[in-house]
Each structure stands twice: as C-alpha cells, then as structure tokens.
Design a protein around this ligand. Structure first.
Ligand SMILES: [Zn+2]
Length: 75
C-alpha cells in the first residue's frame, strides 16, 4: 500500500531490515540487549550514549535505508 502511494506520487520506497535496530547504538554501533534497560530508554553499555529508544532505533533504520539506497544507486 505504501509502495503504491509512493509510485503514484513519484516517491521512493526503501525496504529496511529492523533486525536488532532496537538494540544497536546509533553512535558506536554496539549491539546488546543490555543497551535497553527499560522499554523506552536506550543506554549504550559500550559508549554511554543515552537516548529515547524510539529515536535511537529511528536513526539506525534511517542509516540502513541510506546505505541500501546508496548501494542501489551505485548499481
Ligand atoms: Zn554506543
């Protein structure tokens, strides 16, 4: 449905894996379940980066999307 709408409007759909996005640090890339002391809080056990868990996960997904898009554009 989203893909259909984007095509209609000339947008672009990039599919991104969400795997471990909730446990990966957006600053240093460290992945650990311990990075999520609570449901809403992200606190990296490696570098100390602290952020709302949803914001951190959004940055991870954005980075993966840009990486995926770059690969597609590079052919
Ligand atoms: Zn970190």
């Amino acid at each position: 449905m989203v893909g259909y709408k984007l095509t209609e409007r000339g947008g672009l759909l990039v599919l991104v894996s969400r795997q471990h996005s909730s446990q990966e640090c957006s600053e240093c890339g460290h992945v650990a379940p311990e990075n999520r002391p609570t449901r809403d809080l992200f606190r990296c056990v490696a570098c100390g980066h602290t952020e709302h868990a949803d914001v951190n996960a959004a940055k991870i997904v954005l980075r993966r999307g840009l990486w995926s898009l770059g690969r597609q554009l590079a052919g």
